[in-house]
Design a protein around this ligand. Structure first.
Ligand code: PLP
Ligand code: COI
Length: 342
């Protein structure tokens, strides 16, 4: 059993830590079975499973938080349930019913309660649901049996800098998704496609790669692990594109922006418009809100300096603070986003 005595909760990496249990559910003979609880970290998989050969693999990411009142909160798990179903339909997998997803999330959090980082540590418990096609397939066909697993792991911020500005890089020779491809679904292959650009960006000292739209290479799309937005004056502007993942964090920040009296625009953003941005950030479950001080067009050596002094801007700070406060239970859940686990 993992010993938690010496864990530095405030300085956790975004990585895997062994916890006590994971939960699983399998679709077989045309129906979903009972939820199973196991301590096994491995899976027994047929060597011809469709997930291995033809990429029938989708996943999700969501977080559980310990509030100042000691209660456990999940942030918008119903949206993750719906997106997992959309991803499943996108690549002809079996959609997991929302009620099973919710029950699995609550169960796995409760069973691993001792791994939820304490209030005030800045860390949280990350839930990783994953669905795979398990039927043997040699011809390119969808499986008829599927397994969903949800494991959890305590995590700190995705970017080691935390809530501080970083720089991101654009390379035109990479796309994470095709124009009518799988970018709008959370398919593992999108992340494999993005790894080359991300590795180059990191090696050059940037925190992430920012992808352009794959059709015209004219508009901003998103980063490898997160959506993107800019602030111009009092307006929150985020890309509208068929090749990006519909981020639950972005959706929430757009609502928070309205709540804070800001305007919101979801539209194609030409790369050059970065010159007019007052602030910019990545956003996602793992990234939360990660401020950006500079975007570099590596192909043309053009530097879009957004925060000259490297400081986090006031609007991004307000958005981040309100989001975190709702997640922790420090601000009223006016939109019904929080699901309590008891
Ligand atoms: N875009 C990509 C490619 C992602 O992997 C993620 C993470 O899930 C996001 C955006 C952010 O989505 P969400 O806010 O729902 O976590
Ligand atoms: C998340 O934010 O939950 C994600 O899935 C991003 C991932 C690439 C770490």
């Amino acid at each position: 059993m993992t010993n938690l005595e010496n864990i530095d909760w405030a300085h956790l990496p975004f990585g895997y830590m062994k916890t006590d249990y994971n939960v699983r559910c399998t679709f077989k003979d045309g129906k979903w079975g009972e939820i199973e609880v196991t301590q096994d970290e491995t899976i027994n998989l047929h060597m011809a499973a469709s997930c291995l050969h033809y990429g029938q693999e989708i996943f999700e990411g969501l977080k559980a938080f310990r509030g100042s009142d000691g209660k456990i909160r999940l942030f918008r798990p119903d949206e993750n349930a719906k997106r997992l179903q959309n991803s499943a339909r996108g690549i002809l997998m079996e959609p997991l019913p929302e009620d099973i997803f919710m029950e699995m999330c609550k169960k796995v959090v409760k069973l691993n309660e001792r791994f939820i980082p304490p209030y005030g540590s800045g860390s949280s418990l990350y839930l990783r649901p994953v669905e795979i096609g398990i039927s043997p397939r040699v011809g390119v066909n969808p499986a008829d049996e599927y397994t969903v697993i949800i494991f959890v792991t305590p995590v700190g911020p995705y970017f080691k800098e935390g809530f501080h500005c970083t720089k991101v890089a654009i390379y035109r020779e990479y796309d994470r998704a095709a124009p009518c491809g799988t970018g709008r679904w959370k398919v593992g292959g999108n992340y494999a496609a993005g790894m080359g650009a991300t590795a180059r960006a990191k090696a050059a000292g940037y925190s992430a790669a920012l992808f352009l739209d794959p059709k015209e290479k004219k508009y901003l799309d998103e980063c490898g692990p997160a959506n993107f937005f800019i602030i111009k004056g009092n307006t929150y502007i985020t890309p509208k594109s068929g090749s990006i993942l519909p981020s639950i964090t972005n959706m929430s920040l757009q609502q928070i922006a309205r709540d804070l009296g800001m305007e919101v625009e979801a539209r194609p953003i030409p790369l050059e418009e970065l010159a007019e941005a007052d602030e910019a950030a990545e956003c996602g479950t793992a990234a939360v809100t990660a401020p950006i001080s500079e975007v570099v067009d590596m192909d043309n050596d053009v530097h879009y300096v957004i925060r000259k002094d490297g400081s986090v801007g006031p609007k991004v700070t307000d958005l981040y603070n309100r989001l975190r406060a709702i997640q922790m239970g420090d601000y009223p859940d006016e939109h019904g986003w929080v699901v309590m686990v008891d």
